[in-house]
Design a protein around this ligand. Structure first.
Ligand code: SF4
Length: 451
């Protein structure tokens, strides 16, 4: 994993497309874009400025710090790209924008069309999401919707990072791939309003604006999240702090959105409180499965909870939510990060696959985001991402395990299948069969999927 693998991208991508014809070509390009990021020409940025901008909804997800973005990309790049058509006949594929001025992937204008190029060769055309009407309306105090309640996944998911910091602080506690605390600092330095704690009333007011203006109900779910609270925040423990938001939102908008919460793997009594507050999907993220790597990569989680207890709590929470509504995330690729990670793709897949088997055999479907080394995180300072072949192998392994256990597509992610998926920070939904059933949430009256 170093800069040398960043060259000859097209040859490597094409060889993987040929080697794994069961994985859509769009998904392979998407994984590569997520691990390497994308650059923009000045002309492309000018076009992008009229569309929905990158909101920095939780982490930076960039491969360069803001101070190295000489074109002001942090304020001008779009939230996501829609990859369509072009010489390869792309089916619509939504990918999150991770800025990297040094990336071999570049968005530029070719023959009057916004296009994606790799090493100068055209891959496909690029479409952008129109600015949603709710982004044009501010809260009464002047705060913007893109700050308080941004949407991602092409407008499907309202993303509510209500606490922008994490109390796992510093090298000895924070997850080693995570830049949450450093990102707050750089965003504030760059002049972005980036309140550490979002008041509940502002979150509810922002959702009222979205509800009023999103008449077609394109927003189908919301995620409530933020950093871990190991002590207290404003006098409250983690469960109490986040539960209050869920309760306020779900009592004000019953059934309007699928309600998802990303917090720690908490004791069962706390998990029951979330369910009673109307949360429907629980994401107790385990980040990395491997027993040796978990304490190295997540030292705070190891110290405060411990790996075995963390995994046990995930399984226990299925009693409360039902297994299909417990969806823990892991950070795909970080298990290959130097100096402690696996050295070969085969070893990494074997370990990660063991975790998938453990959970999926119990009806719990983990999902993953593609790791990109954020330079303000511990692991992202001086190394490149995991090999593309690992990511393609993981897509196949995840799908194969899911289908082997006869599980449906996870709920709360829109529709599965290439050309329909909207989940933008990994291709697991793009790689699923388009006709796979999506797990239904009890009482859900609208389609779980919307694009
Ligand atoms: S728990 Fe880990 S991944 Fe989550 S915000 Fe804190 S440091 Fe980041």
């Amino acid at each position: 994993m170093s800069d040398k693998i960043e060259k000859n991208r097209l040859a490597e991508v094409d060889s993987l497309i040929e080697k794994y014809p069961d994985v859509p070509q769009e998904a392979i390009f998407k994984e590569d874009l997520l691990r390497l990021g994308v650059s923009f020409s000045e002309d492309a940025l000018r076009v992008c400025s009229g569309f929905k901008p990158k909101s920095y909804f939780i982490f930076s997800f960039d491969l360069r710090p803001i101070k190295e973005l000489e074109q002001g990309e942090n304020l001008r790049a779009p939230e996501e790209l829609s990859l369509v058509d072009g010489p390869r006949g792309f089916r619509r594929t939504i990918v999150s924008v991770r800025i990297n001025p040094g990336s071999p992937y570049r968005v530029d204008i070719i023959e009057g069309k916004l296009s994606l190029l790799v090493e100068g060769e055209g891959v496909c055309e690029v479409e952008l999401q129109e600015m949603p009407e709710y982004y044009l309306r501010d809260l009464r105090n002047g705060r913007t919707i893109s700050e308080i309640a941004p949407t991602i996944e092409w407008g499907y998911l309202v993303y509510l990072t209500v606490y922008r910091k994490c109390q796992y602080f510093g090298f000895k506690e924070e997850c080693q791939f995570c830049d949450i605390n450093e990102n707050v600092r750089q965003q504030k330095e760059a002049g972005r309003p980036y309140e550490t704690v979002k008041p509940i009333e502002e979150v509810v007011e922002a959702l009222e604006i979205i509800d009023e203006t999103d008449v077609e109900k394109r927003t189908g779910a919301y995620t409530l999240t933020g950093g871990s609270i190991t002590r207290h925040l404003r006098g409250e423990d983690e469960a109490t702090f986040y539960e209050a938001y869920a309760r306020a939102i779900n009592s004000r908008f019953p059934g309007r959105w699928i309600s998802k919460m990303v917090v720690q793997a908490l004791p069962l009594d706390d998990v029951k409180r979330f369910r009673d507050a109307g949360v429907q999907i629980y994401h107790p993220n385990y980040e990395v499965w491997d027993r040796r790597l978990f304490p190295i990569i997540c030292p705070g989680k190891e110290d405060y909870v411990g790996r075995d207890e963390w995994m046990k709590r995930i399984v226990d929470s299925a009693e409360i939510f039902g297994p299909s509504q417990v969806i823990p995330n892991f950070v795909a690729g970080v298990e290959m990060a130097a100096p402690h990670g696996f050295k070969t793709v085969e070893e990494a897949l074997a370990s990660t696959g063991e975790g998938l088997d453990y959970f999926m055999s119990q009806g719990i479907t983990p999902r993953f985001t593609v790791w990109c080394p954020e330079p303000l995180s511990v692991l992202g300072k001086d190394q490149g991402p995991a090999p593309l072949e690992y990511h393609v192998g993981l897509l196949r392994l995840w799908r194969e395990t899911l289908l082997r256990y006869g599980l449906p597509a996870p709920p709360g992610y829109g529709e599965p299948g290439v050309g329909k998926a909207v989940f933008s920070v990994s291709s697991f939904m793009d790689a699923l069969p388009g006709d796979l059933e999506v797990a239904r949430i009890p009482g859900e009256s609208r389609p779980a999927a919307r694009s």
